[in-house]
Design a protein around this ligand. Structure first.
Ligand SMILES: Cc1cc2nc3c(=O)[nH]c(=O)nc-3n(C[C@H](O)[C@H](O)[C@H](O)COP(=O)(O)O)c2cc1C
Length: 224
């Protein structure tokens, strides 16, 4: 089982440690885990080149293509971020902006429907649920077949100061999710919602001629 972990922050705090806890419980060899920090990716400049001409025309493609290739090769995509003012980190959002062309209305990668996603977030008080929901929503629009969420209110500013009680709860939660992932990996089918959205977009592409890069991609995939 190949795993890719995208960390929405460079430091190794509570969020990172919880992701690590989960990764350690997955049925995969060390060499099968690829980890990336999304910190140093330039902001999307809104040039639309990825969408209308193709992703290789993105001026920042050299900063993202290794990560995107790893995502497309993985069976499990883990994405984490601390809660920063009730949202994901800005650097993770920047990475997501660069994935706009992989949204279902454009050119979703055909392997996504069979993958498992995991969204992890920690917060001092409130907001981790919201952040995992936002991360999961991005993966839904990439058409990832099954997505787990692990939001944790750690009541702390660093992993060292998280209580044993909370750490025990996190151990239990990560064990439960890891077991499910280990069982389900390789057997994922797209959910009803994904199928429904795919169908609407399919009909939209049949009738459109404003973005032939997207339309031809759908044709090449045999979707229209
Ligand atoms: C810039 C910033 C904004 C934050 N915003 C919130 C917030 O809105 N609500 C909250 O409960 N905690 C907030 N926190 C606390 C962190 O979400 C929390 O300590 C988290 O566990 C940190 O994860 P880390 O150890 O992986 O860095 C914020 C922290 C920072 C640095």
């Amino acid at each position: 089982m190949k795993v890719v972990a995208l960390h929405g922050q460079k430091h190794k705090g509570s969020t990172y440690h919880i992701s690590k806890m989960l990764i350690d419980k997955l049925d995969c060899a060390k060499e099968e885990v690829k980890e990336y920090y999304v910190n140093d990716i330039s902001d999307c400049i809104g040039c639309f080149q990825c969408i209308i001409k193709g992703e290789d025309n993105c001026p920042h493609r050299s900063q993202t293509d290794d990560i995107i290739q790893a995502i497309e090769e993985a069976d499990v995509i883990l994405i984490d971020s601390p809660n920063y003012v009730m949202n994901m980190s800005g650097q993770l959002k920047t990475f997501f902006d660069h994935m706009g062309y992989r949204w279902m209305p454009h050119r979703p990668h055909p392997s996504m429907k069979r993958k498992i996603g995991v969204a992890i977030s920690t917060t001092a008080g409130m907001g981790a649920k919201k952040v995992t929901k936002l991360i999961a929503s991005q993966m839904f629009w990439w058409s990832v077949g099954k997505i787990y969420r692990i939001p944790v209110a750690v009541a702390a500013m660093s992993w060292n100061t998280v209580s044993d009680n909370i750490k025990t709860k996190v151990e239990k939660k990560t064990t439960k999710v890891a077991r499910e992932i280990n069982r389900k990996s390789g057997h994922i089918k797209p959910g009803i919602r994904t199928k429904f959205v795919f169908n609407i977009i399919k009909n939209m592409h049949k009738g459109q001629d404003y973005n032939l890069v997207d339309k031809n991609y759908w044709k090449d995939q045999g979707w229209i």
